[in-house]
Design a protein around this ligand. Sequence first.
Ligand code: PMP
Length: 455
Amino acid sequence: MGDDSVDGLRETASAARRDDRRHVLHSWSSHGSLEPVVVTGAQGVHFSDEEGRRWLDFSSQLVNVNVGHQHPKLVAAIKAQADTLCTIAPYHANEATSEAARLIAEVAPGDLNRVFFTNGGAEAVENAIRMARLHTGRHKVLTAYRSYHGATTGAITASGDPRRWPSEPGAPGFARFWGPYPYRSAFHSANAQEEGERALAHLADTLMVEGPHTIAAVLLESVVGGNGILVPPDGYLQGVRALCDTHGIVMIADEVMAGFGRCGEWFAVDRWNVVPDLITFAKGVNSGYVPLGGVIMSDAIAETFATRAYPGGLTYAGHPLACAAAVACIGIYKDEGLIERTRVLGETVFGPALQAMQQRHPSVGEVRGLGGFWAIELVRDRATREPLVPFNASGADNAPMTDFANACKKQGLWPFVAGNRVHVVPPLVIEEATLREGLSIIDEALAAADRHCTG
Ligand code: PMP
């Protein structure tokens, strides 16, 4: 957009909108076409904008603000830390970082006792890959097609979804496999159990043809998030663990989105009692109040770096403000019983309400999820399962999803729409009555999707 048109906004738009138009390039967007909502404040499960609208946040801001916006204990912890120590180089220790690491190790499964801090999810994935390579002395990393791991060079190469296309050929040393997805099986499975078994057989075959002795890591999202909230069939993650054990391969569970309570467990792998060698985390660790991510490692991997220096680091690693926020956030999960509450809400409210919508709306092909992590997959025709919008649709092709999103927005609900799916992911602190209100807005808005059905 040229400066003339930006100046044209001067009379009507706020300074924030004007400066944004002129100076900001937003993620995954062209600045000539994006019309961002200017957010002026937020509280609990709502945020508000400069036009005085109050939005019910059913996105948790990229599945991030698990404890809601402006939680007073989290804000107070950040302020208190700011008064004491804002920043320090990562070769020093400090109270906030040490305590955050201890608390994370306490809630992490098995012998995952040591934490390497980063500023977010992509850096966590980059470092987990590097640790696996150094630990095994091998180079290759296997990742799933339906996965997202971040937007830095290694992490975007590791990602299986189309977001990687513009960055190809990317980094060397990656190979891909299909993970389980019963509704759209790559293996023509008849049911979830068969899908899990066939996906494991396929992974075993992939390992063989890639050469197990060359493979440092299998990297996968415990529950696939951005690509559809795909809950693995029982037995799948245990099977991946066993394959990794057989071949001396590091199992990396990416829990950047699924971890820290979203699935009604501290970590999604807890649901199946699986202990990976490395877990990557970000988002929910401190509800995103200050950027933070990291890798939690097993004792065996930590041992690799007991005498040999780990050749990587970040100026802001273990940032005191971010870690103070993590300490407070983990405290909130415990004090408010949010993990258990989320598990119960998944079973008693999210699941039944969404399944009832499936009965009512021909556009709902499948609902799936657990805890506070749910997807409604929309189709044109239930019989053929033709997606409501084509794979990777944009612009006019995406109109049915835009219609649905606009119908939600009309009722004050901010939805999370991805591909042909609605991800139902409000903050975990949401009151049951508010959750039901939001779900009924989605229910009504699905009529806009139904209108595009051909079946
Ligand atoms: N892994 C997963 C599973 C994610 O969902 C994301 C982000 N949505 C990332 C990694 C990347 O995290 P970040 O955007 O903080 O780099």
